[in-house]
Structures are given as C-alpha cells and as structure tokens.
Design a protein around this ligand. Structure first.
Ligand code: ZN
Length: 304
C-alpha cells in the first residue's frame, strides 16, 4: 500500500492506493489556517486515521505547495499556507517518525499521469499545468526528474518562443520579467489577451465555450492561445522529446486544445514529423494524492 497526502490551501487530503493504483481509503480535513504546529498535527491525525482503517503502515508521499529551497532547506513560494520559511520536510519526518518523499503539485500531477494515467505508456512524459499559473514536471520511466535546483519542468517562466512584434515585450510577470509563458498561457493570461483584443471580460471556460459555439472574437482568442501553446510545447519537445504530454489545470479541460495544438506544433518542432501525443489527464483533481503516493514507485510500495 502507498499513501499520498495532498496539502492544499483549504484542505488536506489523504488516500491509500493499493498495488494496482485503486484508491482504497480517502479522507480529508480542513487546512488549519496560519498555524504551522496545527498543520503538522492535522497531517499526523489524518495519517493515523487512514492507517488505523488500513490496519498497517504504508509508505507516505507528500504533495506540497511551493518548494523546498535547496539552498536553505526551507519552504518557498507556497501560496496560502503557513509553510513558507519552515523546514517542513525535516519537521514532518520527525512528527510522523518515518521516511517521507516530497514533491510539488505540478510534479505530482506529472507523476500521477505517468504512473497509471494518460501517460502510463510513455518512457518520457511531460505534465504541463495550465491554471492560475503555469508549471510542469518531467517523468522518465516513472521516476520524477529532479535536479540540483529542483526546477526540472518549470517552463512557465521561460519566454514565449518566436514572439511576434505584437507579443513583445509581453505582459509584466510577477517574477519581475516580461513575456513569460505564464503571462500568455495561464487562465488570467488568456483572459487578459481576450480583453486586450476585444474589450470583453471573460473567464477562460466561457471564452472556450463561446469559441466552440462559433463566436468569431472568442475563436480568434483561442486560435492565438493554441499557437502560443504550440510554440511553448515545441521547445519542450525539442529539449526532452516526450512520447506524451498531458495538460492539467483548468485550461487542460479545453477540448479544442487536443485537436488544434498538435496541428500547429509541427510548424515549430525541429523535426519533419511529430510523434508526440497530446492527451487530457485521466485523474483530474486526484492527481495530488495519487502522484504523492507514486513517489514510492518500488514494487512493494516501499512497504515499511
Ligand atoms: Zn515570469
């Protein structure tokens, strides 16, 4: 058995997966706001509840917001939690009294889909998050690719490739630069582009729905988005040549992308044909707990 625990801004969720990846037990509780000690205690309680139900111990992986800084060992960039500036991995390992593995949300998404989801047949898979922000993760033979900076797959703050004159210098990004992929490919980026072109205020799902219904303005907005996403993913394909790319986040639900982007990316990939598949995710909102559990890919789940 493997247990994955997903720590979100509003809820903490735990799930126990059996050997085949079926979820056997699932529990959740509210994330204690602004209280680090209470957060650690809540995770411990949740794990004890799941293991009591299981009747034994299992390996535990943690999906966490933000990341552990390799330089300081402290959490950075975690939204809406009290983790920032804390040695969360050391503290939680001490609290739970066992080895743990940690990964951020985007990496858990990629690992979940590559383990037993839409990219399970891929030796190399890229999971792209297109939501409030843009992130990603790379999985090679069911192992997350990590590196000394812990940023493998983080393509959102690379520049939009092959920008047109009307795309330079691009929107300001919170990271301090302009024209990052995130400023074009995130949900707010899509809405901003639509507003700039039409004066209309609309959420991404509404823009996609209007485009699907034939609205000419929305159709042009989605066409610009498709071309930019094709350019962004072409650089990923040129670099790591994945068999499968899976799109997560709210914008990953736009069905048109799976038809239109592969028709466009051939213009940008440095190859006479592109065999990479673009697929919607299999697991959706469960990718946090599932990917966390699969941080222990060992045959026996790393049973303790
Ligand atoms: Zn940026």
């Amino acid at each position: 058995m493997r247990i994955g625990i997903d720590i979100g801004g509003t809820k903490i969720e735990a799930a126990a997966l059996d050997r085949d990846g079926a979820i056997r037990i699932r529990r959740r509780r509210a994330t204690p706001p602004r209280d680090y000690a209470a957060l650690l205690a809540a995770i411990k309680d949740l794990l004890e509840e799941v293991e009591a139900k299981l009747g034994g111990r299992a390996s535990v992986g943690i999906a966490m917001p933000g990341s552990l800084s390799p330089a300081t060992g402290l959490v950075k960039n975690a939204n809406s939690t009290c983790l920032n500036g804390r040695p969360f991995d050391r503290d939680l390992i001490a609290a739970l009294g066992r080895p743990l593995r940690f990964a951020n949300d985007a990496n858990c998404f990629a690992l979940s889909e590559a383990s037993d989801g839409a990219a399970q047949d891929a030796a190399v898979a890229f999971g792209a998050i297109l939501g409030t922000g843009v992130g990603g993760g790379v999985v090679v033979r069911r192992q997350l690719l990590t590196g000394p900076n812990l940023i493998a797959g983080e393509w959102g703050h690379s520049p939009l490739p092959w920008p047109g004159d009307d795309e330079r210098p691009g929107p300001a990004c919170y990271c301090g630069k302009r024209g990052c992929l995130e400023t074009f490919l995130s949900g707010p980026g899509l809405s901003l582009d639509h507003r700039s072109a039409t004066g209309e205020e609309a959420e991404p799902a509404a823009i996609a729905a209007k485009a699907a219904a034939g609205d000419p303005n929305a159709t042009r907005t989605i066409a610009r988005y498709v071309d930019r996403l094709a350019r962004g993913l072409a650089t990923v394909i040129n670099l790591i040549d994945p068999e499968v790319i899976v799109l997560g986040g709210g914008l990953g639900q736009i069905a048109e992308l799976y038809r239109a982007v592969p028709q466009r990316w051939g213009a940008y990939v440095f190859s006479d044909r592109v065999a990479t598949k673009l697929r919607p995710p299999r697991w959706g909102d469960s990718s946090g707990v599932r990917g966390a559990a699969w941080l222990w890919p060992e045959e026996d789940g790393g049973a303790l």
